[in-house]
Design a protein around this ligand. Structure first.
Ligand SMILES: Nc1ncnc2c1ncn2[C@@H]1O[C@H](COP(=O)(O)OP(=O)(O)OP(=O)(O)O)[C@@H](O)[C@H]1O
Length: 393
């Protein structure tokens, strides 16, 4: 390192910088400074305080949900005997965790017993003789375990025999419109209790002003009854932008969102649930392979001769998932002090921004630089102090 560079560096180390006040009497610069201050204030007051409510302490909601569905459907079709359906028939299982499932369409296979029967015809199950079938062969996509025999499925088709619940479920066409399209008019009561433990606030979806006679007749309506916790299923679907009758054919999943975000500074009594609805299973119009939601279950019974039998039900339906979320906020001294400090720091940036504009962008930047930065050494200090003591002659 050269001698002068080392000397310069040494000088920097032992320099002392102190700000001096430079008053620039310029309307343009004054306005710019006030504008920067105004923008910073707008951010602090408008965004930090009003929108983000940064002066509040926060707590996340803890919630529990129970549901009760009501309604009746009557079906009278060619593929099933006339039948009345009530809640015990179509809500499966009777109790769900933060969700409930409503059966809307079915393929029923009654009177099944454990026996042997020919497989449903497909390229892998049709056979010519017993050599094409393998005893014990178990295909998950098939209907049972092969016995090794090739038997008549119909007058013209032979298939491998399987040990299974017979008769097998036929790949029949799905009823359209859905068998239980009357489910559109079923209603569901959602009892949702929430708590903000930090603030000791408890609320229910059945608000304090709701009495039993109101609950017996009310129904959720976004404009007239936004706090009634009883929802008609078709309205849930339509609010989610779906057609209930369409969804009912192959099933699907709908989300019921309950937002409990509350400003508790106004008191817990002003904390209300906000409901919104959305379809949760993806409905891709381009790739419509395997749409909807279905599963199988069976109802078992014994025939008069003591044989175990069952009715197999392939159920299509709509699952309603209830998703509760929200944060509660209440004035807190710690976040207030932290954010006040941050706000003042940001406010202190206003002169820095103006200085930077003055010293780099303005047309008189050289003049400002000359007056803004003054270099003094010890000799200058002595001459200044002598000038102050004796005055200039
Ligand atoms: N899905 C629903 N649609 C319309 N009203 C409902 C529904 N579920 C419950 N209710 C009504 O809301 C009120 C409170 O229901 P809750 O289940 O707490 O009482 P309940 O006496 O056991 O109801 P119920 O015997 O009528 O099923 C009752 O008047 C009930 O009839």
């Amino acid at each position: 390192m050269s001698k002068s560079a080392r000397f310069g560096c040494l000088c920097c180390t032992y320099d002392y910088e102190t700000p001096k006040t430079l008053v620039i009497q310029s309307t343009k610069i004054g306005c710019m400074f006030r504008l920067v201050q105004f923008v910073v204030l707008l951010y602090v007051v408008g965004y930090v305080c009003v929108v983000r409510k940064a002066y509040q302490e926060r707590d996340s909601v803890i919630s529990s949900v129970t549901t009760k569905v009501k309604g009746f459907a009557y079906t009278n079709t060619s593929y099933m005997e006339p039948r009345l359906w009530d809640v015990a028939d179509y809500v499966i299982p009777p109790q769900g965790e933060n969700s409930f499932y409503v059966l809307t369409n079915v393929i029923m296979t009654p009177k099944q017993t454990q026996s042997r029967c020919p497989e449903l015809p497909s390229p892998s199950t049709t056979c010519v003789d017993n050599h094409n079938c393998f005893e014990g062969h178990n295909d998950p996509r098939g209907s049972g375990i092969q016995t090794g025999l090739c038997v008549n499925y119909s007058a013209t088709v032979q298939t491998c025999e399987v040990l299974s619940w017979c008769p097998l479920e036929e790949h029949t066409k799905l009823p359209k419109p859905a068998l239980l399209n009357a489910a559109a008019d079923f209603t569901v009561l959602i009892k949702n209790s929430i708590t903000y433990p930090k603030f000791k606030v408890n609320r229910r979806s059945i608000l304090p002003h709701i009495n039993s006679s109101y609950l017996k007749k009310c129904e959720f309506n976004r404009s007239t009854d936004p706090y009634c916790p009883i929802f008609r299923l078709k309205n849930i679907a339509s609010e989610a932008g779906e057609d209930f009758q369409d969804m009912a054919v192959k099933g699907g999943i709908l989300g019921i969102f309950i937002d409990w975000s509350c400003d508790l500074d106004w008191g817990a009594h002003r904390c209300f649930p906000k409901y919104s609805f959305r379809r949760l299973d993806s409905k891709n119009p381009v790739n419509n392979v395997a749409p909807g939601y279905n599963f199988r279950f069976a109802k078992y019974y014994q025939t008069p001769d003591g044989q175990e039998s069952r009715t197999l039900i392939k159920a299509y339906g709509i699952r309603f998932d209830i998703i509760v979320f929200g944060t509660g906020g209440k004035f807190g001294i710690v976040p207030t002090i932290i954010n006040l400090g941050a706000a003042l720091t940001i406010l202190g940036l206003a002169p820095k921004v103006c200085d930077w504009i003055l010293l780099t962008c303005s047309s008189k930047k050289d003049l400002y630089k000359k007056n803004k930065i003054t270099h003094l050494n010890d000799d200058d200090t002595e001459s200044v102090s002598m000038e102050t003591t004796y005055g200039t002659q």
